[in-house]
Design a binder for this molecule. Sequence first.
Ligand code: FAD
Length: 470
Amino acid sequence: DTALVWFRRDLRLDDNAALQAALAAHDRIVALYVHAPEEEAPWMPGAASRWWLHHALQTLAGRLADRGAALHLAQGPSLAALRNAARAVGAAAIYAQRLYEPAAAERDRRVAGALQRDGIPVHFVSGALLAEPPAVVTGAGTPYRVFTPYWRTARALLRPRAPWTAPPRIPSTTLDGALPLAAFGLLPAIRWDAGFTTAWQPGEAGAQDALADFLGAPLREYADARDRPDQVGTSRLSPHLHFGELSPNQVAHAVLQAAGRLGTGARQGAEAYLRELGWRDFSQYLLHHNPSMADTPLDPRFERFAWDPRDDHAQHRWQQGRTGIPIIDAGMRELWSTGWMHNRVRMLVASFFTKNLRQHWLDGARWFWDTLVDADLANNAQGWQWTAGCGVDAAPYFRIFNPVTQGLKFDPHGHYVRRWVPELAGIAVPLVHQPWQDPDLLRRTGYPAPLVDLADTRAAALAAWKSLGG
Ligand code: FAD
């Protein structure tokens, strides 16, 4: 008999638990992708995510074709598309990897209920996380709200499995009436994506190459180098993980194996790296337990916080990387041209936006959502709430990053700033991180004066925090 494999954010063949389960229990499969972005509203995929998705689907289709199978594309709604496909091939069951975002999870419950009534069981299998949320609870059986104890428990449970390898031939049935990928209209009409094309190779092969590149010296150096935006110190796996081109199990397994080979130094790197994968799990865990977290502060006191009125001019300057604070501008320009930004710099630009500009964190989160290739509802909300100080286990609000001292510390030679802010190309440290110290330099280079005074805005933010009773 035949089963449908409903691909969503598991755009890989290896270690794909839905595909594995379907092939184990059925003779043939039909691989199906349904395009239904409105089912994820109000957080429908942004422009950078759509670019990535187009290329990831294209490569997945190629990999299936190499194994004698097709990827069938259908337009949503999901229920109608699955029902049509299931009826056309007489499918005995449907398999999919479980999702945790509230809108997707709710859709999945509804779709599975309706298909069940049609007599078609839908099996959701684990694969997006290292640990399923219900598996990680306190001694009292309640969810954790703080990362460190969460991770102590989750790390102790972690036993990465040797990844499953997809067979060289995938027995499949063909389905008539499939759409061409172009029908989804995922690519931008105005071609702003040249920088993306040079920076990334979306899809499973690109993901496996990126992982392999990371597993030598970068893994050994990771514990220290991960904070340095001027170095390639991190794995850049985030978009691949978001779209499921690699499973976290594959990554954790490979990292531990490599650490075993590389010896002591690498073991420290591996633990630091697994901890970051732990943050990824923890974000999904928080979103699962707090379904409104993408739109409302986890710390309810911040419902009353005195954000400044929306300032379109300031937000625009921030988006364009024209704030006059070099490390902030470097980050925002890196984001615009590659769809990615280093984690340390994400924290700095988010702190500047929410504290120095005192703009609402959701406005910043929405810009990231549209421009990041790794835009991820749980990680993005968690990252913004953590930096804005309104999350659970967040950086306290009064911890306001100083972008000058942070720049001098984490971009000590100014390489990162000079790379992304060419106006400052000839300028050395420390001036490259605070060019306003030399008004003549600003005149010469055309680089803008600071949009706001860092010290004054810091003091104003602290006063607003005090008025909240902080
Ligand atoms: P590595 O250092 O190589 O880490 C490995 C993997 O661990 C990453 O690929 C990612 O999946 C996970 N990870 C690392 N750091 C974090 C973290 N702090 N929180 C959760 N998971 C983490 N990450 C996203 O994937 N999507 C987002 O939309 C997103 N938005 C963010 C917004 C803000 C304001 C902040 C401060 C952080 C955000 N992050 C987001 C987290 C983090 O910045 C990125 O995951 C990381 O920079 C990706 O680069 P990498 O793959 O080289 O990371």
